[in-house]
Design a protein around this ligand. Structure first.
Ligand SMILES: [Zn+2]
Ligand SMILES: [Zn+2]
Length: 237
């Protein structure tokens, strides 16, 4: 056996959607999951945060119409539901880093139009706390962002947006407390202000509080436009 075969035998590659062991002809997904690939989010969606909307006459989702986000525009590519939800769980909690490579490449494919439109000079992954990173071995957002950086030859910087402390569980807090909690969680280095248009990459967009907190801080150091790209997004109302 050559070394690649030995590695496959020792660590069989698994389907990024259903976790079944792949045969030699399958790369990231098993044949069955390849056939049931979910469709990316289409119209109508919120012009600001990209959440899918129910009515075509709606321009913005409830959240964005109530308060304008600090970022310029966000896009989530797929709904946060299976099989992508399960795949993200594997990436975050079951050490399936290779899923992130696949998911990052999906972002390159389905996010290409958005990235070409917004034309960012640099990519920042949403950071996780270093304690979490040392337990997990990697930051999942960085794994995704690295593929996007490679796919479009846009530099990736992991040293300008940092996570300061572990945040309290957001669910237990009021809207106002949530905002404050999030703002305290991130540090943005002044040097980030040398960029005009930046792309923030994360795995999922739910309330938008993470993206908003970082975008606000980036704008405070002089960044003009903060764009956000996530593989998954929750439903809007
Ligand atoms: Zn599968
Ligand atoms: Zn919105």
């Amino acid at each position: 056996m050559n070394s690649k075969k030995i590695l496959d035998w020792l660590y069989p590659r698994r389907c990024a959607f259903c976790d079944e062991v792949l045969d030699g002809t399958e790369k990231y997904l098993c044949h069955s999951c390849q056939r049931s690939m979910p469709k990316p989010i289409g119209e109508p969606n919120c012009k600001k945060c990209g959440k899918p909307l129910l009515h075509t006459e709606q321009e913005y989702c409830y959240d964005c119409s109530r308060q304008e986000p600090a970022f310029t525009r966000a896009k989530g590519l797929f709904l946060y539901e299976d099989p992508l939800k399960e795949s993200l769980m594997g990436l975050k909690f079951r050490e399936r880093k290779e899923y992130g490579v696949f998911l990052g490449r999906l972002m390159v494919l389905y996010g290409a139009e958005f990235i070409r439109q917004v034309h960012p000079q640099v990519i920042f992954p949403v950071p996780i706390h270093r304690k979490k990173k040392s337990v997990r071995g990697y930051n999942q957002a960085e794994v995704l962002a690295r593929e996007i950086s490679r796919g479009f030859s846009i530099p990736l910087r992991t040293d300008l947006v940092l996570r300061k402390k572990s945040t309290k569980a957001q669910k237990e807090l009021s809207r106002k407390e949530r905002k404050k909690n999030m703002e305290q969680a991130f540090v943005v280095k002044k040097e980030a202000g040398v960029y005009r248009d930046v792309l923030l990459v994360d795995d999922i967009y739910t309330t938008g509080s993470t993206a908003n907190a970082i975008a606000g801080k980036l704008r405070a150091v002089g960044v003009k436009n903060v764009y956000v790209l996530t593989i998954c997004i929750g439903k809007g109302i």
